[in-house]
Ligand binder design. Sequence first.
Ligand SMILES: *Cc1c(COP(=O)(O)O)cnc(C)c1O
Length: 355
Amino acid sequence: MEIKITKTTSPKAKPADESKLGFGNIFTDHMFMMDYSADAGWHDARIVPFAPIPIHPASTVLHYGTEIFEGLKAYRTADDEIRMFRPIENIRRLNNSAERLCLPQLDEKDALEILDTLVELEKDWIPHSEGTSLYIRPFMYGNDPHLGVHAVKNATYVVICSPVGAYYAEGINPVKIAIESEDVRAVKGGTGYAKCGGNYAASLRAGEKAEKKGFTQVLWLDGVHRKYIEEVGSMNVMFKINGEIVTPELTGSVLPGITRKSCVELLKDRGYKVSERLISIDELHEAAKNGTLEEAWGTGTAAVVSPIGWLSYKGEEFTVNNGVIGDVTQQLYDELTAIQWGKVEDTHGWIHKVC
Ligand SMILES: *Cc1c(COP(=O)(O)O)cnc(C)c1O
């Protein structure tokens, strides 16, 4: 595909102190943009200086929330190779999300070429310190200049990049999670499996409430029975119960995480029994009480894995593994990060070399 590149004439200084990067605060010099119309298809693929995007006040996304996104990282190895982790999975998931929200599909090859071209152009922005990376945020939104409610005829696809710090700069500390019993994030038939901004809008209230009480995130229950475990905040969730690894099956209201999928594969390689099935809050509660809940952790691109040390449900609190990270959680973190940063050989074909 043809991507027109307009370089910035005023490049920004790269962050001097990589220990202060945080997450999603700083953006690189350029971004990718491309427009879609029902008549012309995708057109005008371009990389331009990073800048605000002008938007029509009646644009669909501002009124009806037609927005989807992705999140992946580019990693710098010790030999200065730049690579991404399973980017094709992000592209396929973006297309699945687009289908759900009646947004246009991207050609898989073009979408990969866009990521490669932008990441290579911005490679000097990829930080060097241990555990740091370049977070890549592709997103698409409906952009018709009309207030009528219907599937859009115009859309815009954008990719922005942000150098991010080491998630665990202060060591991997288990988090406190509140099991939410009032609000729900998604229901089967809704948009739970799509990575769309609207799911996050619906989840903020419970997150804020939990934070005020001293919890890091919320663990969601299914919206129909309020009984089955779905996921935590922006992560999928896994438990080790009596030696078995259990993670909620993808019923339509759970986001199909790429970290989740990779963890399932690594755990099966290691010989663990892994079950993707329904887990009720009662089963979890019982396992916590009788001591068979051995480990609990979240999985997602930003943190890789996040151990859960405490769970609270309707005012009752229980501790997992005495509030310290468990062996399986630690192994998963070590193994996945070693593959991503090129410290061990990638035997699964997960690494996509950029340059
Ligand atoms: C992105 C996301 C995840 C994690 O997916 P990864 O592909 O592993 O990063 C989990 N839950 C929700 C709601 C998400 O948006």
